[in-house]
Design a protein around this ligand. Structure first.
Ligand SMILES: NC(=O)c1ccc[n+]([C@@H]2O[C@H](COP(=O)([O-])OP(=O)(O)OC[C@H]3O[C@@H](n4cnc5c(N)ncnc54)[C@H](OP(=O)(O)O)[C@@H]3O)[C@@H](O)[C@H]2O)c1
Ligand SMILES: *[C@@H]1O[C@H](CO)[C@@H](O)[C@H](O)[C@H]1NC(C)=O
Length: 258
């Protein structure tokens, strides 16, 4: 486990940062972390080093920049000498608007971040993952299978990401490379609080959204982190092309007007 090298995108906040901290907690020691805001990446690296001695490579890059996606993978391999796992987690939507009001630049931006960037990272990573019989985990959303009013761009992008991941799994199985998807429901992150990371803002999300949750509560970052860590682990080597939903029961009791 301590020899494995993992690249995580969107790693300075929310689910991505939670995954990185958990990976260090359970014994991974070599992780490359990518996002745009460098000081927040540095904070995650410091937090990791506070948990255990580890080597965290910071990659302050914009995934909307085509060459940055390729470079991120090359920087990781140059630094650590190998690549075992990619967790393509960065993502998100544009503002809320009905289809008839949504502007094309917002729609394109959402596709670029949630589909094109994971494609570019994947394309760069596959030759390295083939050598280690590694795997890729894409963080999608239940929005990839359920409609959400005002978020047609995000739903379409996550649906495309799900199907892209299944194509990667299919094409790469013969090379021993696996690809899976984690589809979270509502998770309390900065993505749900317009960037705030105060416990108070998180509690507002927990209280406001619990009524839509069959299990009576929203999800927590650490729950996604533990699940992601299992999916990419050597204990899970028979899984590929799977979409793993963890949503408190929202999809089995879905009300599309919400
Ligand atoms: N929270 C939920 O309820 C929920 C539910 C289902 C699925 N998801 C999915 O889970 C993933 C993580 O979301 P989250 O809730 O943890 O959100 P978050 O806290 O807002 O994190 C988003 C991450 O993506 C990075 N990012 C955004 N644009 C980027 C770009 N152009 N280049 C590089 N990095 C970029 C951000 O860092 P910088 O801004 O510094 O670049 C940040 O690290 C996303 O794919 C999201 O769609 C979330
Ligand atoms: C969708 O967004 C519009 C504003 O563009 C808002 O008036 C409406 O309440 C939103 N609908 C839902 C279901 O959130």
């Amino acid at each position: 486990m301590d020899a494995k090298v993992i690249l995580v995108t969107g790693a300075n906040s929310g689910i991505g940062a939670g995954i990185v901290l958990h990976l260090v907690r359970i014994g991974y020691r070599k992780i490359a972390i990518l996002a745009r805001r460098e000081s927040m990446l540095q904070q995650v690296a410091n937090d990791c080093e506070g948990i255990a001695p580890c080597e965290i490579l910071i990659l302050p890059k914009n995934l909307l920049d085509e060459s940055a996606c390729h470079q991120a993978v090359e920087d990781t391999v140059d630094h650590f000498g190998r690549l075992d796992v990619v967790i393509s987690n960065a993502g998100g939507g544009s503002g809320a608007a009905k289809v008839r009001d949504k502007c094309v630049s917002d729609f394109r931006h959402t596709l670029d971040l949630n589909v094109i960037a994971p494609f570019l990272i994947t394309k760069a990573a596959l030759p390295h993952l083939e050598k280690t019989k590694g795997n890729i985990l894409y963080v999608s959303s239940i929005a990839g299978t359920q409609t959400v009013h005002n978020y047609s761009d995000y739903c379409s992008a996550k649906a495309a990401l799900n199907h892209f991941a299944r194509n990667v799994a299919s094409e790469e199985a013969a090379k021993g490379v696996r690809a899976n998807v984690l589809a979270p429901g509502v998770i309390v992150t900065e993505g749900q609080t317009h960037g705030s990371s105060s416990e108070q803002a998180f509690d507002v999300v927990r209280q406001n959204l619990r009524k839509y949750q069959p299990l009576g509560r929203v999800g927590e970052i650490v729950e996604m982190a533990k699940l992601a860590a299992f999916i990419v682990s050597d204990d899970n080597r028979f899984m590929t092309g799977s979409i793993i939903t963890a949503d408190g029961g929202v999809c089995v009791d879905y009300k599309p007007s919400l």
